[in-house]
Design a protein around this ligand. Structure first.
Ligand code: SAH
Length: 293
């Protein structure tokens, strides 16, 4: 299974690893961007990921540079601890390519996709925490509805939550197939649909399980504070909820704190050809900022 890194040219253009330096890839994933940074001149790289399977893949991808790379199993929201523990004060560039990787999405048994029937897990970090099945089993109808509404931007969230609560009385909702069927049945039939009606609910659950939006603002601020003057932070978001946080946080760091200069007035988006080649790029938005103070 391959994972094609998104907007690599724009990442390199903004991070400018050509003169070497220490870069931190906060979502190293399969190591695609990290490899590009090393090939382009980065002399040292710290790669963080909360998914052990991803780190194993990154280790393979980055094997030719193993003496210059350190891979760390951590949540990027712990970036300060990760750097402090290594006595690193500031870095020459930082990258966060948010969301799930195509490996996570496509790997059987992880439960991110409703295209296959498998256990309803959805945790990026399988070393602990609640699975999607746990949340669906234990949460109140109200909390389920709120999560589907907030994280899935699904207008019919209440109806779906009601159907979930009714169905779970009959038996656990612990597979992607069963959940997808419940959601599809709860929604009115329409004619032609561009996307599967379960898409938004699955996105919502994934964000909920992994607390993807919690502390994203604090992480971005922490990463920006770890940049050397003139160094840059690049963040790639994959849905509007995420991108909104990235945009507002970078703007506040510029206007309120005079810490950075935002380099992307509008987000950079992939070209059509890239989206054709790589479906994961479809909704990607890249924003970058340079440390000034
Ligand atoms: N840029 C990578 C792909 C990144 S995909 C490449 O080129 O290969 C996004 C990765 O971010 C996934 O591997 C996911 O496990 C990781 N991730 C998502 N949220 C995270 C978090 N809070 N902390 C650490 N890693 C996270």
């Amino acid at each position: 299974m391959s994972h094609v890194p998104v907007m690599t040219a724009a990442v390199l253009e903004h991070l400018r690893p050509g003169n070497g330096g220490l870069f931190v890839d906060c979502t190293v994933g399969l190591g695609g961007h990290a490899r590009a940074l090393l090939e382009a001149g980065a002399t040292r790289l710290i790669g963080i990921d909360r998914d052990l399977d991803a780190l194993a893949r990154a280790r393979e991808t980055l094997a030719p540079w193993s003496d210059r790379v350190e891979l760390v199993h951590a949540d990027y929201r712990a970036i300060d601890e990760v750097l402090d523990r290594r006595q690193i004060d500031r870095v020459d560039g930082a990258l966060a390519d948010l969301g799930v990787s195509s490996m996570q999405f496509d790997s059987p048994g992880r439960g991110f996709s409703f295209q296959r029937d498998e256990p309803l897990d959805m945790r990026m970090d399988r070393s602990g925490g609640d699975t999607a099945a746990d949340l669906v089993a234990r949460s109140t109808e109200r909390d389920i509805a709120d999560a589907i509404f907030q994280f899935g931007e699904e207008r019919l969230s209440r109806r779906i939550a009601r159907a979930i609560v009714e169905a779970r009385r009959e038996g656990p909702i612990d597979t992607t197939g069963r959940l997808a069927t419940i959601v599809r049945r709860a929604l009115p039939r329409r004619g032609y649909l561009r996307i599967d009606p379960a898409t938004r609910t699955f996105q919502a659950l994934r964000i909920w399980v992994n607390r993807e939006l919690d502390g994203l603002d604090r992480f971005i601020e922490a990463a920006a504070r770890r940049l050397k003057t003139g160094a840059r932070l690049v963040v790639i978001a994959f849905h509007s909820l995420e991108d909104r946080i990235v945009k507002h946080t970078l703007r506040a760091l510029q206007q309120r704190d005079a810490l950075v200069q935002v380099l992307t007035k509008k987000p950079i988006v992939p070209r059509d050809e890239e989206v054709e080649r790589n479906p994961r790029a479809r909704s990607a938005k890249l924003r970058a900022a340079e440390r000034i103070a």
